[in-house]
Design a protein around this ligand. Structure first.
Ligand code: ASP
Length: 334
């Protein structure tokens, strides 16, 4: 009896310490990436641009997956992959990010770890070269979840994260798109999405079966200065919980915030006991779509199921497992 009690205590203790963890067996490392949803069609890219976008997604998948196969954590894989996309001029994150109505760059990023629900985010940073590193530092080195504006930039400097002039983020293409959007004089999420896509995001599962999610963006073209989208908001643009799934979103942030989109997917799995695919499809097509909002999402669950859905013509996306790699840039049929 004594031994049975001892064993029961031990099992309860072990169960308690492994809260949210899924490390009973070695899991295959998996990484999934998006590079933004929007009006992405083949005719919009030159052959050279297409090659470069493809290559950037490929190296992001490889870098992230290498972290995982080397035994690194899911959140470090997410950061490695997102950094590569932030440094590429082809995405609306880091270099190549969209501009505010004032013609500056204000960048948002977030990260979340599924094993203990720790999260970090920066909003409206202006000189931090890789905003995803700022989000990671907020998660690991501060007791907060989100820092914004000057405070976020100052925190990044204090963490010795690489700083650049705000003009580093500008590319000729983004400047031309910004000028065109100003000439049209619009201020709406729909027209902003027509003009530019390319927010980046990543979800990953490491060898211990732990999940993480991250998202990084310049926001919406010609946004008001000070505007914050869904990408740095935990539960809206990013969410990860080992008990359900990891999610990263792209699209018209105002709607994703109102729905608590990423957390809603997780909740459908937690409370509705539905599959990842059902949860993603329901949230995108039955909840976001009726609001006439546009966007996409990638998600990954603890069992390694992957979902990549969008209601726009295309979404840059890709995934890599031990055996397979797939990269797609346009619609489902392309
Ligand atoms: N969701 C981002 C935002 O609203 C934009 C995007 O995904 O393209 O800031």
């Amino acid at each position: 009896m004594k031994y049975i009690l001892l064993l029961a205590t031990l099992l309860i203790t072990l169960g308690h310490h492994s809260f949210g963890q899924h490390n009973t067996e070695i899991s295959d490392p998996i990484i999934v990436i998006h590079g933004g949803a929007g009006f992405i069609e083949k005719s919009m890219l030159t052959d050279e641009e297409e090659k470069e976008v493809y290559a950037a997604i490929e190296s992001a998948l490889e870098a992230g997956h290498k972290v995982l196969t080397d035994g690194g954590s899911a959140e470090l894989a997410v950061v490695a992959a997102i950094k590569i996309l932030e440094n590429s001029p082809h995405f609306n994150a880091g270099k190549g990010a969209v501009m505010t109505a004032e013609g500056r760059h204000e960048l948002d990023a977030s990260i979340m770890r599924g094993s203990d629900l720790q999260a970090g985010a920066v909003a409206g940073v202006t000189t931090l070269k890789n905003p995803i590193e700022g989000a990671l530092a907020v998660m690991n080195e501060s007791w907060h979840v989100m820092l914004q504006g000057e405070g976020a930039d100052a925190f990044a400097r204090s963490q010795k994260l690489e700083q650049v002039d705000n003009s580093y983020f500008t590319t000729p293409k983004v400047k031309a798109e910004w000028a065109a959007s100003k000439a049209e004089g619009y201020h709406s999420p729909i027209s902003a999405t027509l003009r530019k896509f390319g927010t980046v995001g990543c979800v990953a599962r490491d060898k211990n079966g732990n999940l993480a999610a991250g998202t990084s963006t310049g926001g919406l073209m010609n946004k008001e200065f000070g505007r914050v989208g869904d990408s740095p908001i935990i539960g809206a643009g990013t969410y990860a919980d080992n008990k359900t799934c990891a999610v990263s979103c792209t699209g018209q942030g105002e709607y994703y915030i109102r729905l608590g989109f990423a957390k809603e997917i997780s909740d459908h799995i937690a409370f509705g006991k539905v599959s990842l695919e059902k949860a993603v499809k329901y949230t995108l097509f039955e909840r976001l779509d009726p609001m006439e909002a546009l966007g996409g999402v990638i998600a990954l669950d603890v069992d390694g199921n992957i979902s990549m859905e969008f209601n726009t013509p295309g979404m840059y996306r890709g995934w890599k497992t031990l055996k397979e790699t797939e990269i797609k840039l346009y619609g489902k049929e392309d």
